[in-house]
Design a protein around this ligand. Structure first.
Ligand SMILES: [Zn+2]
Length: 252
């Protein structure tokens, strides 16, 4: 699910800063030390606790003992990565490189998800908020939250970013069209879920089959999570209700 792998971003300068820890791959650590040219890394800002972003923290700490590790807390997940985490709050400004970035809490994909905004260049380090060529995974049973994700997309759109440096895939040079496309896509999917409910499909499995009739078996779990994320959002919007495993449109 990480496509061709994942990016970490280095901001050299007075406060050498790495955005995201990667997975502790020795080649990554070698490349990092080479890019730093003997200057010790000061800190790692982690966008969220998923393994491809945070699991490398311990390996970095081993090579660069003075480095600090900062992220928004998600205690049950953070404890998996054996470093002392420094908590970051929404809208906190953090010195990084020769400049500073501001933490923007953007939950949805993960509850602790942060983007890091660099106002001077209108650039944002996007973590897993957006990935060119695909939609972003909202794992409903693992604290993913579709309503929160849509609000996060709106929040980042309101910053008018000129560029997103993502954790996966190419740099995003036209953030507005990608993010608006995501919102439109989710709304289309939502109306498909409502249509499926109207046609009498009340269980997640049946809704999945109705929306994705010829889905490859490998993607079924993921489709179920997506449909569940939509149902939970609709429930919170007061448009559907749940009885045992069955979902119903309110008022029909
Ligand atoms: Zn992730």
């Amino acid at each position: 699910m990480t496509g061709d792998g994942n990016w970490t971003w280095l901001l050299p300068g007075r406060v050498p800063t790495l955005i995201d820890a990667g997975v502790g791959e020795p080649r990554h650590l070698d490349a990092l030390e080479e890019a730093l040219g003997g200057v010790p890394l000061a800190q790692v800002l982690v966008t969220h606790a998923h393994p491809d972003h945070a699991s490398g923290a311990a390996a970095i700490a081993k090579r660069i003992p003075a480095a600090r590790f900062l992220k928004m807390p998600w205690p049950e997940r953070d404890q998996r990565w054996d470093v002392p985490w420094v908590p970051v709050a929404d809208e906190e400004t953090i010195e990084a490189g020769d400049t500073s970035v501001t933490a923007v809490h953007t939950p949805g994909h993960a509850p602790d998800h942060l983007c890091f905004w660099h106002g001077a260049t209108a650039a944002i380090f996007g973590g897993d908020l957006a990935i060119t060529g695909t939609t972003v995974w909202i794992p409903a049973t693992q604290h993913g939250d579709l309503a929160a994700y849509l609000a996060s997309l709106e929040r980042v759109l309101a910053l008018h970013p000129a560029r997103i440096f993502p954790s996966h895939g190419p740099v995003i040079d036209d953030p507005a069209s990608l993010l608006r496309g995501y919102i439109a896509h989710r709304l289309r999917r939502e109306s498909q879920v409502i249509d499926a409910l109207r046609r009498g499909n009340t269980r997640t499995d049946a809704i999945v089959t109705s929306i994705y009739p010829s889905l490859d078996e490998r993607f079924v779990t993921r489709a179920q999570e997506t449909v569940r994320a939509h149902l939970l959002k609709l429930e919170r919007d007061g448009r559907v209700r749940r009885r045992a495993d069955a979902w119903h449109i309110i008022g029909s």
